[in-house]
Design a protein around this ligand. Sequence first.
Ligand SMILES: [Zn+2]
Length: 81
Amino acid sequence: MRNLLIFLLVLVGIWWVRRALARLQGRGDGSTRAEGEAGRGEPERMIGCARCGLHVPESEAVREGDAFYCSEEHRRLGVER
Ligand SMILES: [Zn+2]
């Protein structure tokens, strides 16, 4: 009975090592490939806030007319005078 337990532990160990190696080589693991594609995307344009000058990605900027702001609050406050 004890030998069987050790045998199973060895099997699990081999399976775990093989899985870790496959992940390192980037094979058979879809998640690492998806991350690589996302990282290859074009860098997003950065826009300076018209209120405080903070640079934020275009998709996160709040737009009002021709002006961009870092947050909804700064859009409400408007351009600093
Ligand atoms: Zn701002």
